[in-house]
Design a binder for this molecule. Structure first.
Ligand code: ADP
Ligand code: MG
Length: 241
């Protein structure tokens, strides 16, 4: 579903942030990406939906070439859902309006269709009572669940998450992870940057460990936790577990 082949990326002339990164995510797979701060995780995930250009290698999502000259980025992004650390909901729109806007503007659904879909998704993320509120009236965990619902409203073929719980107070982390666990169990293809190793243990198929712009390990979950191959991953795990 998602293929990265020898991806090189530079910020400016002197700093190579991604070094020949290769990674494949099959349909229905959940891949957790972890690694020290500054290792290139956010950059990698942004490259997958074309938010950052790359200077070498190839990226494709399903049959869509991300890095080629014929790339249609709006089409790509309408098919790949993305949830960031900061929920970035539209502040001047209600919850329902946030979930409907992409459906009507990009997918051409009628307002009634979009609202029906929004209602179903709000139910799914446990937020039905909040449909008419504005983002500022919600807690961080609630906003993040709305951000996930908004992404799902586009019927994405894959979902990218970049540290979706790291800006949340501890008591709100679980409510967001629960939604993500359900999504994983339903078979969504997911790339998830997170340090929530409980989540990784529960639903990840593989764990990718990055350090210094490189994919240092790409290992089945159980193997990664039982016996990481690289010393760098051992050190990293000893700090966060
Ligand atoms: P991570 O998500 O693993 O913490 P990032 O992908 O955010 O890592 O950043 C990797 C490195 O690239 C860091 O050293 C960061 O300072 C640098 N970096 C990130 N974004 C930019 C940018 N837009 N311009 C220049 N350097 C950047
Ligand atoms: Mg990051």
């Amino acid at each position: 579903m998602i293929v990265l082949e020898d991806v090189d990326k530079w910020y400016g002339k002197n700093f190579q942030v991604l070094k020949s990164c290769s990674l494949t995510v099959s349909p229905g797979e959940v891949v957790v990406i972890c690694g020290p701060s500054g290792s290139g995780k956010s950059t990698l995930i942004k490259c997958v939906n074309g938010l950052e250009p790359v200077q070498g290698g190839h990226i494709s999502v399903k049959d869509m070439e991300v890095t080629g000259p014929r790339t249609k980025l709006p089409k790509l992004r309408s098919h790949v859902g993305m949830v960031f650390q900061h929920f970035d909901l539209f502040p001047h729109m209600t919850v329902t309006e946030n979930i409907c806007i992409g459906q009507t503007r990009v997918l051409g659904r009628t307002q009634a269709e979009a609202e029906a879909k929004a209602a179903a998704l709000l139910e799914r993320v446990g937020m039905s009572d909040h449909a008419r509120k504005y983002p500022i009236q919600l807690s961080g965990g609630q906003q993040q669940r709305i951000a996930i619902a908004r992404a799902l409203a586009m019927d994405p073929i894959a979902m990218l998450f970049d540290e979706p719980t790291s800006a949340l107070d501890p008591e709100m982390i679980t409510e967001v992870l629960d939604v993500m666990v359900e999504l994983a169990k339903e078979g969504m293809t997911m790339m998830v940057v997170t340090h929530e190793m409980g989540f990784a243990r529960k639903v990840a198929d593989r764990v990718v460990f990055m350090d210094g712009g490189e994919v240092v390990e790409d290992t089945p979950k159980d193997e990664f936790f039982a016996s990481p191959k690289s010393q760098r991953a051992v050190e990293f795990l000893s700090k966060i577990l």
